[in-house]
Design a protein around this ligand. Structure first.
Ligand code: NAD
Length: 384
């Protein structure tokens, strides 16, 4: 029936009013239930605090979502819609829990020295420690004459200087450190800095790599890689602190970290750099390209734009970090070169053969990738 501009007859208006009142009452109940839920979450938090348990339980969250989808299906509700709502509710619980936990650090009052504390990451981490009740000191490039005073009585020395300076800074810092002080760094490569820290300081040593930058507003579900060096138990409070802030701490060997980061960071960034460089060389009209892009292409252009919105030095440090990384990138380019033959010979069958072989190898990740990227695209559509 086409929409009718006439005011509805009285009996219809009464019915509509009644239905709207019923909906308002349900909304009211929903808010009250959310409040009640929050009170239960607070009790869980108290228990977790008492027993030193972490806020985020991936398995519990995934079970909970699956269960809600199952119930939704049974009562005829859109399961994606339900999942969206519950993920939002769960996120809110996590953020509130971590905010409460981070207010009081795992060692409040402990003294933290941030070397390179005036830099982007150093300043950012100083803020987190400061808010959690730690006493934070900063030692930057021009402060070495006061190193002895700054290091007196510290519980943690955290090095946050450019990658190529980390080892030298560790060696310079070592003699000033109290024996029980934990020495750590946040460098994006781990092997060399860890070795240098172990040589420089006979006390507890652990390498950290936060896989996020200083623009991150919450540490909820952000990953921190930890590469233990010496006296792991003495370093545990530091890992607990990151977990209390909501981060997921993954522990691995420094060599393994560097290998996997070659792929996760160096290769990804380098491939994005190549794509961006080509767009630039072709002087592609980005505004026009975006206008003709559906959300998935927007997202891909967005990832390129994002890279070039950041600091060139940070990326060069990551990409050129080690001879192993550079040889991985050479291999990548050599592999890219083999695709030239496919194009030169207009070899569509060869392309499709390769495609199918790779697709088989990617399975089952490709199904997960499809699900996750579809979710992102839907979110982009909601916003832009
Ligand atoms: P930055 O250039 O902003 O900061 C480096 C700081 O170190 C500066 O304040 C500088 O003055 C200081 N510094 C340099 N040499 C020094 C010395 N000899 N003694 C004392 N201070 C010195 O760099 P950033 O982006 O903050 O990166 C710092 C570290 O954090 C790097 O190792 C990087 O790999 C790591 N990291 C950065 C990010 C990020 O997104 N920025 C993310 C993860 C890890």
């Amino acid at each position: 029936m086409p929409p009718n501009d006439q005011p509805p007859p009285d009996e219809v208006r009464d019915q509509l009013d009644q239905l709207r009142q019923a909906i308002d009452a349900i909304d009211h109940d929903m808010v009250a239930l959310l409040k009640e839920r929050q009170e239960q979450v607070d009790k869980v938090l108290q228990l977790k605090k008492t027993h030193g348990l972490s806020v985020y339980h991936p398995a519990r969250e995934e079970n909970l979502i699956s269960e809600k989808r199952r119930i939704g299906r049974a009562v005829g509700l859109d399961t994606d819609y339900l999942e969206d709502i519950f993920r939002r509710i769960l996120r809110q619980s996590r953020v509130e829990q971590t905010a409460q936990l981070s207010r009081r650090g795992s060692r409040p009052g402990a003294i933290v020295l941030v070397v390179g504390g005036q830099g982007a990451m150093g300043d950012y981490l100083s803020g987190w420690f400061g808010q959690a009740g730690y006493r934070v000191r900063c030692l930057d490039r021009d402060d070495w004459s006061q190193a002895a005073t700054l290091c007196r009585g510290i519980d943690l020395a955290l090095i946050s200087v450019p990658i190529e300076s980390t080892s030298a800074v560790a060696r310079r810092l070592g003699p000033y450190l109290p024996a029980t002080c934990v020495l750590t760094d946040v460098t994006s490569v781990k092997q060399q800095p860890l070795e240098a820290m172990l040589e420089a300081h006979p006390g507890p040593v652990i390498g950290l790599h936060p896989l996020f930058g200083p623009a991150t507003t919450t540490l909820d579900k952000q990953v921190v890689v930890a590469t233990p060096g010496r006296d792991r138990p003495a370093c545990q409070w530091l890992l607990d602190q990151f977990a209390d802030w909501g981060a997921i701490v993954l522990t691995t060997r420094a060599e393994d970290h560097d290998d996997i980061m070659g792929i996760v960071q160096a290769l990804r960034h380098f491939a994005t750099f190549i794509f961006g460089r080509f767009l630039y060389e072709q002087r592609v009209r980005l505004d026009e390209a975006l206008e003709f892009s559906s959300p998935i292409y927007r997202l891909e252009f967005g990832m390129v734009g994002r890279l070039f919105a950041q600091d060139a030095r940070l990326y060069s440090e990551i990409i050129f970090a080690s001879p192993e990384r550079r040889s991985l990138l050479k291999k990548y380019l050599a592999s890219a070169q083999t695709n030239l033959d496919l194009i030169a010979n207009d070899d569509r069958t060869g392309f499709e053969d390769q495609f199918r072989r790779i697709a088989e190898w990617f399975d089952p990740f490709s199904r997960q990738a499809l699900r996750e990227s579809t979710y992102l695209i839907d979110k982009l559509i909601e916003r832009f």
